[in-house]
Write a protein that binds this ligand. Structure first.
Ligand code: ZN
Length: 190
């Protein structure tokens, strides 16, 4: 944090606080703010009353393609793309707004610690990087016309989404499908 103005430093501090409250891990904080690792750890402890989880992020693209995570990832990505297309929000600020709207959409309030969102903020951040890195992309389901996350390397001709092609092991499928489709449609047509 050398040669930074007080205002600039405050901006990064506020950003870090917001990200920590939304569940960001250290790697995300280090990447998106210019605060030192020591400062971020101290801040994290003050806000969360515990140390940040250690180690590298274990995420691969596979996680985003499994049934439930894929639906949540797709809802988030629809919101994120909508914001980037229709607002001035970019980068980490688009991430934050899209994630807040995603939480609203799936009915999760982070103040209730029992409510663990399927897609964490750090995973949402990783998802955007995978899409920007062209490892994952959005594809239109030929059945419901919703946009879903798919592997960019797969042939996705006549792609059928996870909601239109529900595996038998997914419980409460009808309700999940209806709610998720509604969420995706709301974003797509708002
Ligand atoms: Zn579909």
């Amino acid at each position: 944090m050398k040669n930074k103005s007080t205002l600039e430093e405050t901006k990064h501090l506020m950003l870090a606080i917001q990200l920590i409250k939304l569940g960001a891990r250290l790697q995300l904080l280090e990447s998106e703010t210019s605060l030192s690792r020591e400062r971020l750890i101290k801040l994290y402890k003050e806000i969360k009353f515990s140390s940040p989880p250690k180690g590298m992020l274990p995420f691969s693209t596979d996680w985003f393609l499994t049934w439930r995570p894929n639906i949540h990832s797709s809802i988030f990505m629809n919101i994120y793309n909508f914001l980037v297309k229709n607002t001035e929000l970019r980068g980490v600020y688009a991430l934050i707004k899209a994630y807040q709207l995603y939480l609203e959409q799936v009915g999760i309030k982070l103040v209730n610690t029992d409510d663990e969102p399927s897609l964490s903020l750090t995973r949402a951040w990783t998802l955007i990087r995978f899409v920007e890195g062209r490892m994952l992309k959005m594809e239109t389901c030929h059945c419901c016309h919703g946009q879903f996350i798919v592997n960019a390397d797969d042939l996705n001709q006549n792609y059928t989404c996870n909601l239109c092609n529900v595996p038998s092991r997914a419980g409460k499928t009808k309700r999940v499908k209806e709610n998720s489709l509604k969420a995706i449609e709301e974003v797509a047509y708002s």
